[in-house]
Structures are given as structure tokens and as C-alpha cells.
Design a protein around this ligand. Structure first.
Ligand SMILES: [Zn+2]
Length: 482
């Protein structure tokens, strides 16, 4: 056999199902062979390291356009840098619609901006205004351009869909062989509690959590699942914060529905108490749904072990704390309602999860790979090109030192955001090298990739997200353009 371009030698290869000692031979940016004593033009010594597929972060907000013009601080260059430094090589990010406008123009703008990415990337299309033109004309066009997932918000003022609009999005997804991802919280309930809290002078960041207690998330999750069941459209529930929400997904799965659930590192290691810090400090931890408490965090591990939640994404949504465009956009005294939501986490996702899951003995490295790489690649139509180490797949690989202990600081995080909510947290297990399609793009924390070297991942229809075929009364209402 001819020499490979690169051989990663002597490490412990971790796939979604197995762990074994082998060399990984890479040719032309793809994995060519797994074997022993492989020969390559270059050899990378991986002794003592885990050799894992690069992370796939299927929920992260990068360079998101803002309604008033401009974009989020995190650009495709800085976001890619942070991702690669943390061992993530592919992302599914977002193209947003603004109410009153279509989806094709912003989609073209995101495609243009993402040409500077250094990670490989795909898009979810956010639908905020399910007009006839969007639903019947534009969604088929973005699907044809390789977008196989729509995102629906059931809360947030400029974004939310009422039930009729949500149903129309589900039906459009069904007609166009797409998945629907859903932010599940009850819009009216949150607005009602928020109004009461503000009327009582309770404006501090900690009241963000009070405004959206768990039943608000549980109710919307239940409703999203019921409506998806009626349309017979597969969905993924984003960022499940606690077991009582996951229970809704478990019940759906038990009925044979195609409903998946995701959670994020913040729901394991942050809690509502973090938002109760003095002054504006609590704003650093504000995200939606709100982090709960230690019992909820521990309960999420059970939901992971029994397979109800099978993906851990970052929901990276960065807003700096000290800049006028970030968390303080409405002033340092802004009531919680007016503070942008979201926490950064592209780079910290894998180290925090590895520490909590593997280092602390909750699960094996194969399960870690499934949660952070293989399962997102499968659910979003990228597998096995992404998400595993297999001949023919892209050579997206992270070399991981399971013994290296690091204290997280914002200086280490290579995002543009000026803080990390995990400042001072100590983790054991750290990425020491990242390869993207066979190219070394990070070594010992130093990212060396060219802006524009990331590739757009156009997704074709795939079987996992096909509807089940069961519709009430055998009547498929989604076939009608209503
Ligand atoms: Zn999000």
C-alpha cells in the first residue's frame, strides 16, 4: 500500500462504538485506513492521547444578523478560531429571518459572510414569519440549497411563532424533507410573569430565572411535540434544561415519535444562583431556558444515560459584558427583560463535558463522542462524513490529552467575547491538536487556519428524519398549501 499523507500513530482511537489502539492513515484530507504500523510521509505521535472525531456543534450562533443592521460580535473567523481551539471542526449555525422580510436575502448574506469560516459549516433556517411566500416558495429553495433544518422559536418577541404559524412551519418541513428544531418556552406565560416582576421592582438579572420557571418550558415542549405529532413531522427540542422537560420527550419516544432532545454544558455546571451575583455580574449567566439547580443538573445525566437526551451542543450565543453592543446594550441598570440572552461556549463545550462525563466517571469516551460529535452529525445529515473516524470520512480529528488539567479563563477562550461564564473552573482533559480534513489547524492552543478554508456542508435528504407516515385519520393535511 502507498504511504499515507499523514499517519497519527500510537494513540487510542475513540469512535462512537469502540476504543482501540491503532494508527490513523490520512490521504487527501480523508481517513484512508485504520491499522497497525502504518507508514506516512508525516507522522504525528499520539501516544498517551485519545484520537477522537472532531466535535460537531449543531447549535451555535455565529455572526448572527441583527434586526437593526449589523451582526453579532462573534464573526465566522473568531468563532472558527474558538471552535478549532476547543476541538470542534464542524458547526451548524443559523440564518435568521426578520418579521416582514423573506428568508432568501438573509440566507444569501449568511452564505457570503460564512465564506470566511475556518470550520466546516451548515445552516438551520430560522423562520419568524410563516407567510405564504416563505412557506410555499422560499423554504423549498433553501432546502434545495442544502439546508435540511428549520428553527422555530415559541417565545422571544421579535422571533416567536404562534401555534398556527408553527404548524405551517412543521408542514413546510414535512413537504421539503427537513427537520424542525424548536426553542420551547411559553411566550404569554413569560410575558405575564415578567410584567409582574417589573411591577414589583424586581429587575435584577436573577429575576430572569423567575420569569421562566420550568413549567413554562415543559408546557411549550409538550405543545411542540403534540403539534409535531399531528403534522407527523420529526423535531428536535433544543436546550432542555431539566428532567421534567426531558420527560415530555421520553413520553414521545415511547409513543414511537421521532422527537430528539438536546442539552448544553451550561445546564450541567451553571445554576440560577449564578445570576444572583452582585450588580451586573449575574447578566453573564443569563440564557434561555434559564439554568436551574443542582438537582436538575444531576437529573440531566440520567436523561443522557437513558438516551432521552442524545446531543450536547454549546448554544454559543456570545454577548460581551463591558462593550456597549453586548449585555449592556440597554445600559448597566437595564431590567433583566432588556439584557441580551446567551452565553459563549464554542471552545469550552468539549472540555467541560469531557471533565463532567468522562473524568468524573459518569460515562466512557465513546459515549462522549456520541453526544458531542456522532449524534449531531447523524441527526443533521452529516454522518459518516463527519462524526466518526472511518475510511472515506473527512479526517476531522482531535488529539485529546485525558490527563491534562487546565483552569478555564477567558484568555484561553479564543472567542471575541470578553468573558467566559466558566472563569476559574478546573477541568481535566484537554484538546492538544485539531486536524480539519487532514490539515493541522490547532496545536497546543495555537490556531493556524486560513479564513475561508472552511467548507459549506450542503445537506441532501436523509432517512433518519423521514416522517413516520402516521397522521390522524390517515389524512395528511400537510399536502395542502394552507
Ligand atoms: Zn440558540
Amino acid at each position: 500500500m502507498a504511504d499515507c499523507d499523514v499517519v497519527i500513530a500510537g494513540g487510542t482511537v475513540v469512535t462512537p462504538s469502540d476504543m482501540f489502539t491503532a494508527d490513523v492513515g490520512i490521504t487527501g484530507g480523508r481517513v484512508a485506513v485504520l491499522g497497525l504500523n502504518l507508514r506516512g510521509q508525516r507522522t504525528i505521535d499520539a501516544k498517551g492521547l485519545l484520537v477522537m472525531p472532531g466535535g460537531v456543534d449543531s447549535h451555535c450562533h455565529i455572526e448572527q444578523l441583527q434586526a437593526g443592521g449589523g451582526a453579532d460580535e462573534e464573526s465566522f473567523v473568531t468563532g472558527s478560531t474558538s471552535a478549532l481551539a476547543g476541538g470542534t471542526t464542524s458547526v451548524v449555525t443559523f440564518s435568521t429571518q426578520f418579521k416582514g422580510q423573506g428568508i432568501l436575502a438573509p440566507f444569501a448574506e449568511y452564505r457570503r459572510r460564512a465564506e470566511r469560516a475556518m470550520v466546516d459549516y451548515a445552516f438551520h433556517q430560522i423562520v419568524t414569519d410563516a407567510t405564504d411566500d416563505v412557506v410555499f416558495n422560499e423554504i423549498p429553495q433553501v432546502a434545495a440549497a442544502g439546508v435540511r433544518s428549520l428553527k422555530a422559536f415559541l417565545t422571544y418577541d421579535p422571533l416567536y411563532l404562534d401555534d398556527r404559524q408553527f404548524i405551517r412551519v412543521l408542514a413546510a418541513a414535512r413537504r421539503n424533507q427537513m427537520l424542525v428544531t424548536v426553542h420551547c418556552e411559553n411566550y404569554e406565560a413569560i410575558n405575564w410573569r415578567t410584567a409582574a416582576l417589573l411591577a414589583d421592582g424586581r429587575t435584577a438579572p436573577k429575576y430572569h430565572a423567575w420569569s421562566r420557571p420550568p413549567m413554562v418550558e415543559r408546557e411549550a415542549t409538550h405543545r411542540a411535540i403534540a403539534l409535531a405529532e399531528m403534522v407527523d413531522q420529526p423535531i428536535q427540542v433544543f436546550h432542555v434544561s431539566c428532567p421534567e422537560v426531558a420527560d415530555e420527550i421520553a413520553r414521545a419516544k415511547a409513543r414511537g415519535l421521532k422527537v430528539w432532545g438536546e442539552t448544553c454544558p451550561q445546564y450541567f455546571v451553571l445554576s440560577a444562583d449564578h445570576m444572583d451575583r452582585p450588580g451586573f455580574e449575574g447578566a453573564k449567566f443569563m440564557c434561555s431556558p434559564a439554568p436551574r439547580d443542582a438537582a436538575a443538573s444531576e437529573g440531566l445525566w440520567t436523561c443522557i444515560r437513558n438516551g432521552v437526551l442524545d446531543i450536547v451542543s454549546s448554544d454559543h450565543s456570545g454577548f460581551s459584558c463591558e462593550t456597549p453592543v453586548g449585555k449592556r446594550a440597554n445600559g448597566a441598570d437595564a431590567p433583566f427583560r432588556d439584557i441580551p440572552n446567551g452565553v459563549p461556549g464554542l471552545q469550552s463545550r468539549l472540555p467541560i463535558l469531557f471533565h463532567e462525563a468522562v473524568t468524573k466517571g459518569r460515562m466512557d469516551p465513546c459515549h462522549f463522542v456520541r453526544l458531542t460529535s456522532a449524534n449531531p452529525a447523524r441527526l443533521f445529515g452529516l454522518y459518516p462524513r463527519k462524526g466518526t473516524i472511518v475510511p472515506g470520512g473527512d479526517a476531522d480529528i482531535v488529539l485529546w490529552d485525558p490527563k491534562k488539567t487546565v483552569t478555564l479563563t477567558n484568555t484561553l477562550m479564543q472567542h471575541i467575547i470578553d468573558y467566559t461564564p466558566y472563569e476559574g473552573m478546573q477541568v481535566t482533559g484537554w484538546p492538544v491538536m485539531t486536524l480539519r480534513r487532514g490539515e493541522v489547524v490547532m496545536r497546543d492552543g495555537k490556531v493556524q487556519a486560513q479564513p475561508g478554508s472552511g467548507q459549506y456542508l450542503a445537506r441532501a435528504p436523509y432517512d433518519l428524519i423521514k416522517p413516520t407516515g402516521n397522521v390522524p385519520n390517515g389524512f395528511d393535511a400537510s399536502a395542502f398549501l394552507v
